[in-house]
Design a protein. Structure first.
Length: 99
């Protein structure tokens, strides 16, 4: 009986934990970018030094850096919205063709 009660409490609290907003002090930097008519390109460099294009033809981009070191690129393209999350210490990326 106690296990069922405990399980019920856990399931009741789960939506509240998920709905909790992000800590505003975790946000370190946020910038918005407009791209030229041909679109921006997100170029990343892997830890081994190889550079590659991660996304092309971006119309707008939002750069968000968290205090944990995680970087989030929120990209708006013609028919879709893409979110690229880069954990700290894995790779570096930069936007090219910014207006």
């Amino acid at each position: 009986m106690n296990k069922l009660l405990l399980l019920g409490i856990v399931f009741a609290c789960s939506p509240l934990a998920i709905a909790k907003s992000t800590n505003p002090s975790a946000l370190e930097l946020a910038n918005k970018y407009q791209c030229r008519t041909e679109g921006c390109t997100l170029v990343c460099k892997a830890p081994n030094g190889d550079a590659y294009v991660r996304e092309r033809k971006i119309d707008q981009a939002r750069f968000v850096a968290l205090s944990s070191g995680t970087v989030i690129y929120r990209l708006k393209k013609f028919a879709e919205d893409v979110e690229v999350v880069i954990p700290p210490g894995t790779e570096t990326c930069q936007l090219q063709n910014i207006r």
